[in-house]
Structures are given as structure tokens and as C-alpha cells.
Design a protein around this ligand. Structure first.
Ligand code: TXA
Ligand code: MG
Length: 336
């Protein structure tokens, strides 16, 4: 049986509580961080769940709330590239060039850690992930706080990253001490991560910044990530997943799946408007430009999840370099 709009649940926010969330000011968030608390904050990529990177108790709480294994490193956000040497050592020239070209922005550099950077941040590895975000509120927070803010995406482990303050509230609720509202994120998928601990840079996680842009700024060619590349738990199965089963299909496969999944509530994330037999509330048409598609991807997956979809059919976007980040996240969202 096919779902009709009339059967859909009310479109209230998913983990809605009776009270609308009260969002914090930057001063309040700084206070929270100084006390060893957790503060959700916007970046241009996705919202982060921040903790004082130099406070072991705050880091322990961060991992607990996030439900994240202790061996998974987190990114340290800093206010300016000038702070890089407080966190990293033996920084290659190409890494400085990347920082100069893309910071502040959606790029994380994995570098050999400086002395005193704790295992709580690096997951016990000899490297540290660093990023200077460009979102004005993230910048304001980092400047007011002064130190490094360790922040994974502000979702529970294994789920879709939040791209607006309401998502953070819905995912983490009372487990987060303050949430800064900076509106919807511009990039919408997590930063490009580049391993800069070897001779050549290597992409560990694709994002908005493409391989070609990196090579041109670094003035060296990228290496293929090797066996001994630092671990990225994003590489784990089913990392960026909504609750619904996700299938990534070419257009013809999508149309076919629509007729074969009878009895399931099917939703679709399509590139074109004409998807037969789908009620409007279960069809979202994404823009055909990668940078716009990524901006709304996670929010759209959440919306379809909240609409009660059992299966989300995602129409395969073009397999070109500009789409690498989006394709990576879609492939991870796919159920086995
Ligand atoms: O856009 C982003 O990167 C967002 C915002 C909040 O900055 N953050 C984010 O954090 O996506 P998270 O923790 O969800 O993913 C960070 C990834 C993880 O896969 C982690 O393993 C990797 O970065 N990472 C961090 N430090 C690393 C290190 N030293 N070596 C290898 N990978 C590292
Ligand atoms: Mg994450």
C-alpha cells in the first residue's frame, strides 16, 4: 500500500519537547566551556559539539555524550592559523600552504601532534586534526574562548550530522549545556580532511574542497591514502545514516524500486521532479549543483525520516569530482 499525505504524522520536529529550545549567547557558551561543559555551535560545515580541548574531564564527558569510542580522534577547532604550532609539530610546507589557502574554511589538516596534546583529543594517535572554521559565530566563540575547542559533529554517534541548531537540540537535548544558533549551515557536509603527516598530502574524507583545489594550493600531488594512513571512523560502515533504509540508485532503478517495494513507506531524494506515484511529502527534489545539494542533504534525510519513511530511494548524483563529498556521504548512508 502506498502512503498518502493524509497518513503522515504531524510534521512537528522529531524529538520535540514541550518547550522550544532556549539558545545561548557566545558569553554563556564560553562560560560553559570554561566550566568543562559542552556547547553546541555552528560552523560553516555542520554544527559541532564543543569541549575545552585542554580539559580531560570535559573531553571524557564529550565522548560519553557523543557515544563515541575512546580511540576515535576529534578535530580541534582554533581561532587562527597562527595557533597551529601550539597543537602540531613538523608541519610540512604544503600544509602551511593549504592552511593559508583554505582557512578559515571547511578544511581539516591532520598533523603530527605537538607535545602535551592529550590522547583524549587524538584517540591515542600521534596526530591531531586541526581546523579554523569560517562561520562568524564559531569565530566569535573561538576568539572569546581563546583556546582550542575539540568538537565532533553534534549528533549521536553514527547518525546524520546536524545542520541547524534545532537538529542539535533534537539529537542531544539536555546532554548539551548550551547551544548557539547560527542558522542553517552553508556547506552542509563535514570538512574535507587531509592527512598532512607524510611526504605528500592525502585526502582522508572528501568534502566541499576538491582534490584539484587542494593540489593547486599545496603545489604537490596528493597521495592515495595508504595502509598506514590515520584512522577515520567516518570510514566505518553506516556512519552518516538516517533511521530509514537508504538505497542509492540510478533513475531507472529508482522507478523500478518504487513499484517493487509495495507495503513499505517509500520516500525519495531525487534530482528531477518527475517521480511517479510518490506523495509530495515523501518526495524531495535536490538541486543539481553539488554545493547546493550538500547544503540541504542532511536536513532532507532528517525530514524524510521524520515523515516515517521505511526506505529512502536516493537518485545517484553525477560521479564527478565536484560531487565526491556528497557521494561519499550517500554511500555511507546506504544500508548493506
Ligand atoms: O566539518 C567538520 O569536520 C565537523 C565540524 C564540527 O568541524 N566536524 C566533524 O567531526 O565532522 P567528527 O568528529 O564528526 O569527524 C571528524 C573526523 C573523524 O572521522 C575523525 O576520525 C577525523 O576527523 N580525525 C580527527 N582527528 C584525526 C586524526 N588525528 N587522525 C585522523 N583522523 C582524525
Ligand atoms: Mg561526525
Amino acid at each position: 500500500m502506498e502512503a498518502t499525505a493524509a497518513e503522515l504524522p504531524e510534521s512537528a520536529p522529531k524529538a520535540a519537547t514541550a518547550l522550544a529550545p532556549a539558545f545561548a549567547t557566545v558569553e554563556e557558551a564560553v562560560e560553559v566551556l570554561r566550566r568543562g561543559g559542552l556547547a553546541g555551535f555552528p560552523t560553516e560545515t555542520v554544527y559541532g559539539l564543543g569541549a575545552d580541548a585542554r580539559n580531560p574531564e570535559a573531553m571524557a564527558r564529550l565522548y560519553k555524550v557523543k557515544g563515541r569510542p575512546a580511540k576515535h580522534p576529534v578535530i580541534v577547532h582554533i581561532g587562527a592559523a597562527a595557533q597551529i604550532d601550539q597543537w602540531a609539530r613538523e608541519i610540512p610546507d604544503y600544509a602551511r600552504k593549504l592552511a593559508k589557502a583554505f582557512w578559515p574554511g571547511p578544511l581539516t589538516l591532520v598533523l603530527k601532534r605537538a607535545e602535551g596534546v592529550s590522547d583524549a583529543v587524538t584517540g591515542g594517535q600521534d596526530t591531531v586534526g586541526l581546523r579554523v572554521p569560517s562561520h562568524p559565530i564559531a569565530k566569535e566563540l573561538l576568539h572569546a574562548f581563546g583556546g582550542g575547542i575539540a568538537a565532533p559533529s553534534a549528533n549521536r554517534f553514527g547518525r546524520v550530522s546536524p545542520t541547524c541548531a534545532e537538529h542539535v537540540h533534537a539529537d542531544l537535548g539536555a546532554d548539551v549545556d548550551a547551544i548557539l544558533d547560527g542558522g542553517p549551515c552553508d556547506v552542509g557536509i563535514e570538512s574535507t580532511i587531509v592527512d598532512c603527516s607524510g611526504e605528500q598530502p592525502a585526502i582522508l574524507r572528501p568534502g566541499r574542497i576538491t582534490a584539484a583545489q587542494l593540489e593547486s594550493a599545496a603545489e604537490v600531488v596528493l597521495a592515495a591514502p595508504g595502509e598506514d594512513a590515520p584512522r577515520v571512523p567516518g570510514a566505518l560502515h553506516r556512519h552518516y545514516s538516517p533511521r530509514a533504509k537508504v538505497r542509492l540508485l540510478k533513475r531507472t532503478g529508482m522507478i523500478e524500486a518504487l513499484t517493487t517495494h509495495k507495503g513499505k513507506r517509500i520516500a525519495a531524494l531525487a534530482m528531477e521532479v518527475a517521480v511517479p506515484r510518490l506523495p509530495q511529502a515523501l518526495l524531495i527534489v535536490e538541486p543539481a549543483v553539488a554545493a547546493e545539494y550538500s547544503r540541504t542533504l542532511y536536513a532532507n534525510l532528517r525530514t524524510l525520516d521524520a515523515a516515517g519513511a521505511d526506505v529512502i530511494l536516493v537518485e545517484m548524483p553525477p560521479e564527478t569530482p565536484a560531487w565526491a563529498g556528497v557521494l561519499d556521504r550517500l554511500r555511507r548512508a546506504v544500508s548493506e
